[in-house]
Design a protein around this ligand. Structure first.
Ligand code: NAD
Ligand code: UDP
Length: 352
């Protein structure tokens, strides 16, 4: 198996700093950990890296940049505690760290369905490779699992003890079954190899640094509204989701990672307030003051009818619950996309 050091020589792009010796010989205080974030250049990962750096840790971010972008974490370079490496988690890794967060996997349906075989490999081989690394260095490891484990749920709200209703070979299966298999691997590494594991099941989370072309509902609706384009509701809009703001979620990640070793999870993290997709469209229209029309598109295959987390376990075990209500989180996310679209507009004007 190749160490990442070798890998770096072969594939490091120009805009990524190696700082490899910094990782291996860190002159740092005892409370400071070296933490690996796989998928750290993505939407959630970039917020997590930022929070970990603010807490005084060294962060090594690995990413293949399939949906993430170096720009999401560029501001962290000046901290002197951040390293970014191009690496695909389907390949083995050898990196001495204290903790690992595994967020590597495209999360938006159009993105994870674009190359479904690589999506399954990412979840399954990625989990395997990161777990082997955790076992080698006795590192604690957290898996970003998902509410998709519950599929199109027959139990509502979803509790961790519910085993789910998942199609094993539909268009969402590469993601759902990949994530389910990753949970299996995590628990088997815990039972058989004694690895300290943590599994969080994340429910729909949104916020700044989502891509304008991410494809998930909140970013789609906001971008459509800001451009005065049609708002595309799939189906009649009566399907439900429960939306968590990113700041709340990453706080939950850290609480879970710091929890007693006996708390392996899975544990639900999400906002338990449920909205229909039509209600969400109404809120986005009102907050943006957009002239967009609402149009209806076919409901995608296997689109879950309802989704809301039961977060009793997180409240009890982690003293965690979300604080940011949807209207407030939407305002902050709209402000972010306004800035992104304005910058894109300026670039277009310059070219013209
Ligand atoms: P995202 O697509 O913005 O981030 C995923 C990151 O992983 C990107 O930076 C991407 O480039 C990277 N990546 C993908 N495949 C990789 C590979 N093979 N090797 C290395 N890096 C790879 O999505 P996100 O919303 O930030 O989601 C992060 C994690 O949280 C994912 O694992 C996702 O399944 C999970 N999750 C997110 C949500 C949510 O609502 N945001 C909900 C449930 C689960
Ligand atoms: N959705 C929609 N319009 C869009 C994008 C998504 O109506 O432009 C719907 C989608 O069909 C689903 C819900 O919004 O019912 C949430 O979709 P998203 O892709 O954000 O997340 P997931 O389905 O994975 O929960």
């Amino acid at each position: 198996m190749s160490r990442v050091t070798n890998y770096l020589f072969h594939s490091e792009p120009a805009n990524i700093e190696p700082a490899w010796n910094d990782i291996l010989t860190p002159p740092r205080p005892k409370s400071c950990k070296t933490i690996l974030v796989a998928g750290g250049a993505g939407f959630l990962g970039s917020h997590l890296c930022e929070l970990l750096i603010r807490k005084g840790h060294r962060v090594v971010c690995i990413d293949n940049f399939s949906t993430g972008r170096p720009e999401n974490v560029r501001h962290l370079r000046s901290s002197g505690a951040f390293t970014l490496l191009r690496h695909d988690v389907v390949d083995p890794i050898d990196l001495k760290v204290d903790e690992i967060y595994n967020l590597a996997c495209p999360a938006s349906p159009p993105h994870y369905q674009a190359d479904p075989i690589h999506t399954t490999k990412t979840s399954v081989l990625g989990a395997l490779n990161l777990l082997e690394n955790a076992a080698r260095y006795n590192a604690r490891i957290l898996q970003a699992s998902t509410s998709e484990i519950y599929g199109d749920p027959n139990v509502h709200p979803q509790v961790e003890s519910y085993w789910g209703n998942v199609n094993p070979f539909g268009p969402r299966s590469c993601y759902d079954e990949g994530k389910r298999c990753a949970e299996t691997l995590f628990h088997d590494f815990s039972r058989i190899r004694g690895v300290e594991i943590k599994i969080v099941r994340i429910f729909n989370t949104y916020g700044p640094r989502m891509r304008p072309d991410d494809g998930r509902v909140i970013s789609n609706f906001i971008v459509q509204a800001l451009r005065d384009e049609d708002i595309t509701i799939h189906g009649d809009g009566s399907q439900t989701r429960s939306f968590c703001f990113v700041d709340d979620l990453v706080d939950g990640f850290l609480s879970m990672m710091a929890s007693p070793a006996s708390l392996t999870g899975p544990i639900n993290l999400g906002n338990p307030v449920e909205f229909t997709v039509a209600e969400l469209a109404g809120q986005v229209l009102a907050l943006t003051g957009s002239r967009s029309r609402i149009v209806h598109r076919p409901l995608p295959t296997d689109d879950p009818r309802q989704r809301r987390p039961d977060i009793s376990l997180a409240m009890h075990e982690l003293c965690w619950q979300p604080r940011v209500v949807l209207a407030e989180g939407l305002k902050r996310t709209i402000a972010y996309f306004e800035a992104v679209l304005a910058a894109e507009g300026r670039k277009l004007t310059e070219v013209a």
